[in-house]
Design a protein around this ligand. Structure first.
Ligand SMILES: [Cu+2]
Length: 129
């Protein structure tokens, strides 16, 4: 009788462990990342378009890996091209059309980085999970 109780207990721990293992690992796969976030050669690339607004306005990225913020412009003559990201001390004017890569060092989980236009009207955020 004692051994049956023990067996049920062991089985419970095993199932619980397996459930936690799979439950835990599924949360950090690329499936949970936004469409504009990809991982290339261990670096994650977050693509954001600047034109009249920043899109997408919110991105979810992975914490703990080096990140490239890839700003795209295409006939952008509004102030979204004057970009400030104070968390990393970045401030620059993006070209009217083109691609600007901005390096973001690995971030802690839970950190949100915000990009802001020169006049503070438009912004985007990247949440690191
Ligand atoms: Cu602005």
């Amino acid at each position: 009788m004692k051994s049956i109780v023990m067996l049920v207990f062991v089985a419970g721990v095993l199932f619980g462990g397996v459930f936690m293992l799979f439950g835990g690992s599924s949360t950090d796969t690329t499936a949970s990342l936004a469409e504009n976030v990809s991982v290339v050669d261990g670096k994650q690339i977050v693509v954001i378009m600047a034109k009249g607004k920043y899109s997408p306005p919110v991105s979810v990225a992975r914490a703990g890996v080096p990140t490239v913020l890839r700003m795209r412009t295409n006939g952008t003559f509004d102030c979204t091209s004057a970009l400030t990201i104070s968390a990393i001390g970045y401030q620059a004017n993006l070209p009217p059309s083109g691609v600007t890569d901005i390096e973001i060092p690995p971030q802690q989980p839970g950190v949100t980085i915000q990009g802001l236009c020169a006049m503070g009207m438009y912004n985007f955020t990247i949440k690191f999970l």
